[in-house]
Write a protein that binds this ligand. Structure first.
Ligand SMILES: NC(=O)c1ccc[n+]([C@@H]2O[C@H](COP(=O)([O-])OP(=O)(O)OC[C@H]3O[C@@H](n4cnc5c(N)ncnc54)[C@H](O)[C@@H]3O)[C@@H](O)[C@H]2O)c1
Ligand SMILES: O=C(O)CC[C@@H](O)C(=O)O
Length: 396
C-alpha cells in the first residue's frame, strides 16, 4: 500500500523528505490521497474521491474550500504558529521603515555624484528626519500566533500596545504580555492608534474588516499594516482615505494593481512567510501532520474536524466521519457487535455539525475490516469511513 501526495507550490525539501519512499509517492497519479500546498487556490478544483486530506503549509486556509471538504469528509490541516516569527519580524521591520525614511534616504545617497559626499550628506540629512516608535501607540487586531508576538515585541520596543481579539484562544492568551492593553471596543483601538496591524484570518465576517467607516475613525497620522490577507481591507476605501488625508499610509503584503505607484502605499509580494526557517517549519509540520493522519487516522491541527488522538496498538482501526447527531456511537457499535467483533478502544469527538469516531479492532482480517467499513458507510449521517491497517504491527 502506498499513498500518493499531490504537491503544489514550493514546499521545502526538509519537509518532503519525511515522506519515506516505501509508503509514499509524490505527484504520481491523477487521484492523489492527499494534497500538500501553500497559497495555491483550490476553490475551483474538483477533488478525486480518493482524496482524504489537504494540508496547508501555512496558517491561512482561505484558499481551500473548507466547507465543501467538510461535507466530503476531507480533513483540512494547517500549521499554526509555524511561520509566525517570520511574519512578526517583517511587521516590526515595516514599523521601523515607516517611522523613518530609511529606504528613501539610502536611495538618495546612491545618486550623489560629487566627490564631497560627506559634506553633501551632512547638509541634506535634514530632509530625512523621521520619528521614533518609542511612546507611539500600536493597535493589534487579532491576538493569535502572529498578533501576540507582534504585540509583545512592539511593547519591548517601547510602544504602547493595545490588542483587540474577541475570540482569542486560552493558549494564546497566556502568551500575551500583561503590558498589552486588551480592548473590547474596536473603535477605541482605531481612533487612538498611531499604527494599526491586522492579524486576523480572512473569513466572511472579516472581509473588508477595514473599510470607509473604520478608516474615518483613524487618526490622520495613522499607518495601517496588513500582513494577513488583502481582502481584509477595502483597497478603494484606503485610496480615498489617503487622498482625503484621513490616514497617513498603508503597508500591505498583498499586491493589487490599484495600489501600485502610490507614494503613501508600500506593497510587498506576499513575503510574510518567506524565510528559510519558516518554510522549513511549515513544510515539516504539514508533512508530519499529514503522515500522522494517513497512517493512523489521528487528527491534529485540523481546521474542520475535531482533534482526536488515540494510540494505535490494534491490527485495524476504523475511522468514521459523521454528522453530529444523537445515537451515532450506538448505531456504529451495534453494527460492530452484530458482526461479532470486539471493540478494543473507541474515541469520539465533535466539532460543530460534524464528529469523528475512531474504533480499534483486533483479530480482524483486511477483508473483514473493509466489509465493516462498507457497512458503516451505509448508515445514515455517515460521511466517510476509512479502514486503516496498523503498519507498525508485524504480527498478522
Ligand atoms: N503574509 C503572510 O505571508 C502570512 C503568513 C502567515 C499568516 N498570514 C495570515 O495571518 C493570519 C493570522 O495568522 P496567525 O498565525 O496569527 O493565526 P491565528 O489563528 O493564530 O490567529 C488569528 C487570531 O485572529 C482572531 N480573530 C478572528 N476573527 C477576529 C476578529 N473579527 N477580530 C479580531 N480578532 C479576530 C482569532 O481569535 C485568533 O486569535 C492568517 O490567517 C493568515 O491569513 C499571512
Ligand atoms: O506560503 C506562503 O508563502 C504564505 C503563507 C501565508 O500566507 C500563511 O497564511 O501562512
Amino acid at each position: 500500500m502506498t499513498f500518493d501526495i499531490k504537491v503544489f507550490n514550493n514546499i521545502s525539501e526538509e519537509g518532503l523528505k519525511q515522506f519515506d519512499d516505501s509508503l509514499y509517492t509524490i505527484n504520481q497519479t491523477q487521484n492523489p490521497d492527499a494534497l500538500l500546498l501553500r497559497s495555491k487556490k483550490l476553490h475551483d478544483m474538483t477533488f478525486s474521491e480518493h482524496t482524504i486530506a489537504i494540508s496547508r503549509a501555512g496558517a491561512g486556509t482561505n484558499n481551500i474550500p473548507v466547507d465543501r471538504c467538510t461535507k466530503d469528509g476531507i480533513v483540512v490541516f494547517n500549521t499554526p504558529g509555524a511561520n509566525a516569527n517570520a511574519v512578526k519580524e517583517l511587521v516590526l521591520a515595516n514599523l521601523l521603515l515607516s517611522a523613518r525614511p530609511i529606504l528613501k534616504s539610502a536611495q538618495w545617497v546612491q545618486t550623489i555624484t560629487d566627490d564631497n559626499v560627506e559634506e553633501i550628506v551632512e547638509a541634506e540629512k535634514k530632509s530625512f528626519v523621521g520619528t521614533e516608535l518609542e511612546g507611539k501607540k500600536l493597535g493589534v487586531i487579532g491576538l493569535g500566533a502572529i498578533g501576540a508576538m507582534v504585540a509583545n515585541d512592539a511593547y519591548r520596543l517601547g510602544m504602547e500596545v493595545m490588542g483587540y481579539d474577541p475570540y482569542v484562544s486560552v493558549d494564546t492568551a497566556w502568551n500575551i504580555s500583561r503590558r498589552v492593553k486588551r480592548v473590547t471596543d474596536l473603535d477605541e483601538l482605531l481612533s487612538t492608534s498611531d499604527y494599526i496591524s491586522l492579524h486576523v484570518p480572512l473569513m466572511e465576517k472579516t472581509h473588508h474588516l477595514i473599510s470607509t467607516e473604520e478608516l474615518k475613525k483613524m487618526a490622520p497620522e495613522a499607518v495601517l499594516l496588513n500582513f494577513s490577507r488583502g481582502e481584509l481591507v477595502d483597497n478603494n476605501a484606503v485610496l480615498q482615505a489617503l487622498a482625503d488625508e484621513e490616514i497617513a499610509g498603508y503597508i500591505t503584503d498583498f499586491a493589487e494593481k490599484s495600489l501600485l505607484g502610490h507614494e503613501k502605499i508600500t506593497v510587498l509580494p506576499h513575503l510574510g512567510a518567506s524565510t528559510e526557517e519558516a518554510e522549513i517549519n511549515c513544510a515539516r509540520m504539514s508533512v508530519r501532520t499529514l503522515k500522522n493522519y494517513l497512517e493512523t487516522g489521528n487528527i491534529k491541527r485540523s481546521v474542520n474536524f475535531p482533534t482526536v488522538e488515540m494510540s494505535f496498538n490494534t491490527e485495524f482501526r476504523l475511522a468514521v466521519f459523521h454528522e453530529n447527531v444523537p445515537n451515532m456511537i450506538g448505531a456504529i457499535s451495534n453494527i460492530i457487535a452484530d458482526a461479532k467483533y470486539n471493540i478494543d478502544n473507541l474515541s469520539n469527538r465533535s466539532r460543530g455539525d460534524v464528529a469523528y469516531t475512531l474504533i480499534d479492532l483486533d483479530h480482524v482480517t483486511e477483508d473483514q475490516a473493509q466489509e465493516l467499513a462498507e457497512e458503516l458507510k451505509s448508515l445514515s449521517h455517515v460521511i466517510r469511513v476509512r479502514h486503516i491497517k496498523n503498519l507498525q504491527r508485524k504480527d498478522y
